[in-house]
Design a protein around this ligand. Structure first.
Ligand SMILES: *Cc1c(COP(=O)(O)O)cnc(C)c1O
Length: 461
């Protein structure tokens, strides 16, 4: 049929609203959603006609499309995606994946009433923090501990408790912005602390701190420069020196360690990354870190250190606003349990396992995926290559982890087009483009998802 005629014959919304199928939906679905979806279905067909993709259709086609679109709308927008980018702690993709015990704990606690704030021994009100406090103390060696929603909240709570209307002395080289949303200076001003920047971007000396201490000084703050490293002509004050200065001037030393690794990565062949335990051992008064970075747990902010300071934070009303949820607590407890035995931790916590897994294992896995792709797909070329993964999440910024990747070549799609197509897959596949080539890094892909990747390529083939 002629294009104009086809366009003229497109049904109107009012007409479709009289159809039984639509009326059925109207019984329970919000009318605005039904109308909006009908419009989308009609618009889609209009475009198909205009582009010449179809030269006939029926009202039933449009109604079927309407039902599909409606189904999609009612489904979850929050989806599983496949991380083929090789960035292990990918903030945009949800950072750390939870370990099995953490997941089991979440389900058990969320699916049942529980002792969140109930002391089962005494039969009276208990503390929600008690479930993880002992565990954190044991694992980190700290005197006391508490947890809040995330590390940004932890920093804010610490400064608000110890440094409100007072000065926090921090090195200029540590005034970092993390992932565009966490700026040390901004968080500090929200907390009511006044920032005193000392030293220069690349060099700060102990006397820079010392010269600025006065009766208004609240804390000496050290911030771990998670997502960048200043190389070359640099000088930084060591934690030991800062702790000594704090002790002598009776001013608490606070360290925002950011990623918060609890295991010594140098044992596994990586460059040494300061651990949480080391900071405590060196005598830092208060240390804060994230739950979902190197720790490999849920989003949380962990505050540890001397009991006098932690007790003050527990009494701060701000704590109530930053209160951690029961599901998070359950996940955190489940994750921390593994750390009682480091071997268990590195085997079972996905973030640690992915960082420490061997290149040779990934070679076999990449080969398997490549063979499967090659056996089913004609119009793409797949090549096995050595490359590297990164930790991400502002952790271990200079560490490159050797890995194997599959390089994808296509005559049909540019790398950018292919990236988009894979991202738009039913289960989105997030790849990385490197040197204008599409790369699938198997380090962050699970074996169970190989089929989804193969099917996505079959669809594009
Ligand atoms: C990541 C990070 C933060 C923010 O932690 P969230 O848990 O994301 O709130 C703060 N400080 C440092 C040094 C970080 O690396």
């Amino acid at each position: 049929m002629e294009k104009n005629q086809l366009l003229r014959d497109l049904p109107k919304i009012d007409e479709l609203l009289k159809e039984d199928i639509v009326n059925n939906e109207l019984k329970f679905t919000m009318r605005t959603i039904v109308v909006e979806t009908l419009r989308e279905a009609i618009d889609n067909y209009r475009e198909l006609i205009l582009s010449g993709s179809i030269d006939e259709y029926s009202k039933e086609n449009i109604l079927k499309s309407f039902l599909e679109l409606l189904e999609e709308k009612k489904g979850s927008k929050f989806k599983k995606v496949i991380n083929a980018a090789g960035v292990i702690i990918h903030t945009n993709l949800g950072r750390s994946l939870l370990a099995k015990k953490a997941l089991e704990n979440v389900v058990n606690v969320a699916d049942n009433y529980n002792n969140l704030e109930y002391d089962l021994k005494k039969g009276q009100r208990g503390s929600r923090y008690s479930h993880v406090e002992e565990l954190i103390k044991r694992v980190t060696g700290a005197e006391a501990a508490m947890v809040v929603n995330n590390n940004a909240a932890a920093v804010m709570l610490v400064l608000n408790t110890l440094c409100k209307d007072k000065e926090a002395i921090v090195s200029r080289g540590q005034l970092v912005e993390i992932g565009g949303s966490f700026r040390v200076p901004d968080v500090m001003s929200f907390s009511g602390a006044r920032l005193v920047e000392v030293g220069t971007t690349n060099r700060t000396h102990l006397y820079d701190y010392g010269n600025n201490i006065n009766e208004n000084t609240g804390v000496l703050l050290k911030v771990h420069t998670s997502n960048f490293k200043i190389l070359g002509f640099t000088e930084d004050v060591s934690l030991e020196e800062l702790v000594k200065l704090g002790y002598e001037s009776k001013i608490p030393v606070v360290e925002d360690i950011g990623s918060g690794t609890l295991i010594d990565f140098s044992k596994y062949g990586f460059t040494h990354e300061p651990t949480v335990q080391e900071s405590i051992k060196k005598g830092v008064d208060v240390v804060t870190f994230s739950g979902d970075k190197m720790l490999g747990g849920p989003q949380a902010g962990i505050v540890i250190g001397k009991k006098v300071y932690i007790d003050k934070m527990k009494k701060n009303q701000l704590t109530r606003a930053l209160r951690i949820d029961k599901m998070t607590l359950a996940a955190l407890e489940g994750t921390l349990k593994y750390y009682l035995d480091e071997k268990e931790a590195v085997e079972n916590i996905p973030t640690l396992h992915m960082i420490l897994s061997q290149k040779s294992d990934h070679k076999k896995r990449a080969q398997r995926l490549k063979e499967e792709l090659e056996s089913k797909i004609k119009n793409f070329k797949f090549a096995l290559e050595e490359d590297y993964s990164i930790v991400g999440g502002g952790s271990m910024p200079t560490e490159k982890i050797d890995t194997y990747v599959i390089k994808v070549e296509s005559d049909k799609f540019s790398p950018q087009e292919l990236e988009k197509k894979l991202r738009e897959n039913k289960t989105p596949i997030i790849i990385r483009i490197s040197n204008n080539e599409v790369i699938l890094d198997v380090r962050t892909i699970f074996d169970k998802d190989f089929d989804i990747i193969v099917n996505a390529f079959i669809f594009l083939d």
